[in-house]
Design a protein around this ligand. Structure first.
Ligand code: BES
Ligand code: ZN
Ligand code: ZN
Length: 506
């Protein structure tokens, strides 16, 4: 997708579709919104002899968020069609509103088979939001909204996606806006890369394929490196937990180590850790539901890959290492069995109570490996527990950790990205369940109660004394139904944009 800044007015812009936005009016009864001078809505209405305002009235368009109205221009301006997008109440306006409008405009443009779209960026602050930030959010939303996963659709029936170009009208110097659009572009594309990986079926993306995907990203840039540990090296590292999870599959595990160095040496070092279960059948504790989604159990790993794609371009002033523990969790004659006791890389033994609690096992080894580097912060991202959906639903990511300030920073980054997160408490008492039995730990202690908290508690010690945060993305990495700028069921790319904002804030 191309984003170009232009000086022409919307009536003469060389685009198939132009869009304007309307706030909904406050008041008990919904009413027709007013057109604005600032986004050229009034001017277009005049050229169209009042057709916009008349159609808004006739069709009962109220400017609610997500509402759209399409008007034919019959050759009165260069574009064939005008799209009026509802922006909701002005008091609720935020960067997330802008992202959603961006997504909506992209989707309507494709539905109308438009190749190019033009609109105005008002170069004043709106509700305290700078035009740069709004442009960035718009570009991001447009890219997220334009995404669909078509790799496996028959060639003869490609879903029509015509949109190629956005022409954004701005006043004054364009340089700061170019920068904002570029940031939105990088963030949107990085999230979409993560979505592609997460949506890819498990037989097309096993642990070795995941490692290849990581290598492919690292090869695009000079400032990131990627090292892959194969089966023998994983054995040498004594990653007993990762090996245990992988042993039921014919596919070997892989361990991926990304590293990024900033242009100027930085004192701060961050480690990102991703759960990379390319398919989670549950193992011998075979899942009786949801298996068809379990290709997404590597969304944490895909997030690490997406983040490295973004930071290689954005060059934040912080050193970043990324770790991915990848395996397939399958039942077979060689699979780990409930009752087995394994030894983690950290030396702690774990009794396997439930082979479906495999994420915490592979993460235990990855966190321990990451902790060797003594990073200032460790952030792990994992589709760890089905309970995340019961705790906070599919719009909010549960986050837990051992450092208040770090948690605050990640929450703030999530807010900025439009990927809300919320802290859950690490209730120490819930750890007791893990400590019974013949090994140092059990891999499942509390059954289904507070499983998101218990999952995090299992991980805590493996991060050692480092400042650490765990994001359980089991419910937010995947949209069960289309919403906002997620046009279809499938991967969302959450929390790629949060992590990038976090790294840029350091
Ligand atoms: N990958 C699943 C968690 C999951 C469930 C992700 C649904 C996305 C949607 C994880 O490995 C798992 O099975 N967790 C168990 C843990 C339990 C056995 C302690 C769970 O949450 O039920
Ligand atoms: Zn599982
Ligand atoms: Zn899993």
């Amino acid at each position: 997708m191309e984003f170009r800044l232009i000086k022409e007015t919307l009536s003469s812009a060389d685009a198939d579709l132009v869009f304007i936005c309307c706030f909904a009016k406050e008041g008990e009864k919904p009413s027709t919104p007013s057109l604005s001078k600032d986004d050229q809505g009034l001017e277009l209405d005049k050229i169209l002899e009042g057709q916009i305002s008349k159609t808004m009235q006739a069709r009962q368009f109220f400017g609610k968020e997500g509402e759209t109205l399409v008007i034919n221009t019959f050759g009165k301006i260069k574009a064939k069609t005008i799209l009026v997008a509802g922006a909701g109440l002005q008091k609720d306006f935020s960067l997330e509103t802008v992202r959603r409008i961006g997504g909506k405009v992209a989707q309507v443009a494709n539905a109308l088979k438009a190749a190019s779209v033009s609109g105005v960026l008002e170069t004043v602050r709106l509700k305290g939001l700078s035009p740069q930030d709004r442009l960035q959010a718009f570009v991001e939303g447009a890219l997220l909204g334009n995404y669909n996963f078509v790799r496996f659709k028959k060639k003869e029936t490609p879903p029509a996606k015509t949109l190629k170009r956005f022409l954004i009208h701005v006043k004054g110097a364009t340089a700061p806006f170019e920068k904002a659009a570029a940031l939105g572009d990088i963030l949107g594309n990085a999230a979409n890369l993560t979505r592609d990986l997460t949506n890819t079926p498990p037989s097309e993306l096993n642990p070795t394929d995941l490692a290849k995907a990581a290598l492919a990203v690292s090869k695009k840039y000079k400032n990131i490196r990627c090292k892959i540990l194969g089966l023998d090296e994983i054995k040498k590292e004594k990653m007993g937990a990762l090996l245990a999870v992988a042993q039921g599959s014919e596919q070997p595990p892989s361990f991926i180590h990304f590293s990024y160095k900033p242009p100027k040496k930085s004192k701060t070092k961050v480690a990102l850790v991703g759960k990379g279960i390319t398919f989670d059948s549950g193992g011998l504790n075979l899942k009786t539901r949801d298996q068809e989604f379990m290709k997404m159990d590597m969304a944490g790993a895909a997030t690490v890959i997406g983040v490295f794609d973004a930071i290689a371009q954005l060059k934040p002033n912080v050193e970043v290492d990324g770790f991915i523990a990848a395996a397939e969790n399958l039942p077979s004659g060689s699979a780990i069995k409930p009752g087995d006791i394994i030894t983690t890389r950290a030396g702690r033994t774990v009794e396997i109570i439930n082979t479906d609690a495999e994420g915490r096992l592979v993460l235990a080894d990855a966190l321990d490996y990451a902790a060797d580097l003594n990073p200032h912060y460790i952030i792990d991202m994992a589709t760890l527990t089905g309970g995340a959906a019961y705790a906070l639903g599919e719009l909010v990511t549960p986050i837990l950790g051992n450092d208040k300030k770090l948690i605050e920073k990640v929450l703030a980054a999530g807010k900025k990205a439009g990927e809300p997160a919320w802290e859950l408490p690490l209730v120490k008492e819930y750890k007791k369940g893990y400590l019974k039995g013949p090994a140092d730990l059990k891999n499942s202690g509390s059954g289904s109660k507070a499983s998101t908290i218990s999952g995090a508690l299992f991980l805590e010690d493996f991060a050692r004394k480092n400042k650490w945060v765990h994001m359980d993305i089991a419910s937010t990495a995947w949209a069960d139904e289309p919403m906002h700028y997620y046009a279809e069921v499938g991967a969302t790319g959450n929390p790629v944009r949060t992590i990038v904002h976090f790294l840029m804030s350091l």
